[in-house]
Design a protein around this ligand. Sequence first.
Ligand code: DQA
Length: 158
Amino acid sequence: MLHSVCKDTSKTDIREERDMKVIIINGPNLNLLGVREPGIYGRESMETFLPRLRKRYAGMEIDYYQSNVEGELIDKLQETGFSYDGIILNAGAYTHTSIALLDCIRSLRTPVIEVHISNVDGREEFRRNSMIAPACKGTIQGFGLDSYRLAIEALSAL
Ligand code: DQA
């Protein structure tokens, strides 16, 4: 469950993300971030991005998992999808093809935010279709690695 603490500051509620446990799940080829097509995905790897993200959201537990294998992504979603407070999923190319991921996300209790580093709507036609979007809480795309941070903001505001 979300454990947001609301402090009464007369007009404004300040939400604290303490106690939230979220996981970023990255799909195929996202292990190559920083190396892979830097003109599209940038030059930073998850290895340097994650510590900065964790520092910024120090009250949150931010786990990370990456796999190139569709079934392993499903296993991780099932493993975390009933106990975590939020899942940030970049399913990579499986976004556009995987009914299995769609069915999996539909089965979970934990909200899933679909994330893309690039603006998939501005690229090839086949990237405009997301199989998983109907099962996700929402989609954040096109902001580079900052898309992951924006997804954390979205989760903490749920
Ligand atoms: C991606 C976009 C997908 O179309 C592509 O297959 C990826 C990365 C992104 O983060 O922009 O692997 O999900």
